[in-house]
Write a protein that binds this ligand. Structure first.
Ligand code: FES
Length: 79
């Protein structure tokens, strides 16, 4: 299963990550995909907010920067 961790640290929250989290959950539910979406603490790249971490089985985790709602929806759709 793929896990998307959406940073809800202070800077990412200031950039709307909590809204992004809610939107991602709604997108995930409507598609009934096998993506797990979780909030997470600061990923240490605040200057590039909003950040998410993508964890896939048997692969190194990947941190994606400056994520927008449409980008996140696309990531969910492609997973
Ligand atoms: S608050 Fe999101 S990377 Fe620091």
């Amino acid at each position: 299963m793929v896990t998307l961790k959406i940073c809800t640290g202070r800077t990412c929250s200031d950039h709307g990550s909590k809204y992004l989290f809610d939107r991602a959950e709604a997108e995930n539910c409507s598609r009934k995909t096998l993506v797990k979406i979780e909030p997470c603490a600061c990923l240490g790249r605040c200057e590039q907010a909003i950040n998410i971490k993508v964890e896939r089985p048997n692969r190194d985790p990947q941190i994606l920067n400056k994520i927008t709602g449409p980008q996140l929806a696309k990531i969910i759709q492609q997973t």
